[in-house]
Write a protein that binds this ligand. Structure first.
Ligand SMILES: [Zn+2]
Length: 191
């Protein structure tokens, strides 16, 4: 992503729930490549906070595209809370919806260190999210293009532009360090 600007069309320029969003995945993300790198650095810092309670280090931000403000930042709390749905993305989307005062987050973008799983990609669909930016791909559970692509399935009534691979190495490294320290190879899924 060497271009200075990833963006162009705003989500509001097209009808809500349009079955035919822009052809280019990054067209509706009003965020420069430099801004995406900086946001991913913040998401990585959030991911590391999960280590304090022995959760898999995944961090997520939700960014409001109208003004670029970060309105939510959360990390994985599955172990801490014993809640199977307490993935960073779910928690961040819930916080963002409270701030927005609505479930509809079409003028928001999720920035997350690891590719969303089917649950989180489903939550992004349910919130009519304006975009997903992720770092490391997840070969075991990725649902934004790796195993499934819930962000761009023409059978669903909302498609989400996806930018993948932002600071992917750094995002993968924090996960690799976590699992190496635990000396545990996850059997079924990465998180
Ligand atoms: Zn998830």
């Amino acid at each position: 992503m060497g271009v200075g600007r990833v963006a162009g069309v705003q989500p509001s320029d097209r009808p809500a729930d349009s079955p035919h969003p822009p052809a280019s995945p990054s067209d509706s993300l009003a965020l420069s490549a430099e801004r995406l790198e900086a946001l991913m650095a913040e998401a990585l810092a959030e991911a590391r906070a999960a280590l304090d309670h022995h959760d898999v280090p995944v961090g997520a931000l939700v960014v409001r595209t109208t003004d670029g403000e970060v309105v939510a930042r959360r990390h994985n709390e599955r172990e801490r809370t014993g809640d199977p749905t307490a993935h960073a993305e779910i928690l961040a989307l819930r916080d963002a919806a409270v701030t927005a005062g609505t479930w509809r987050l079409d003028d928001h973008v999720l920035v997350v260190t690891l590719e969303p799983c089917p649950m989180c990609a489903g939550a992004a669909w349910a919130s009519r999210l304006g975009g997903i930016v992720f770092g490391a791909s997840d070969a075991k559970a990725g649902a934004a293009g790796t195993l499934y692509n819930l962000a761009a399935d023409p059978r669903l009534n909302h498609e989400i532009p996806v930018v993948r691979g932002v600071r992917a190495d750094a995002c993968a490294e924090v996960l690799a360090e976590f699992f190496a320290a635990r000396r545990v190879v996850p059997r079924r899924v990465l998180r």
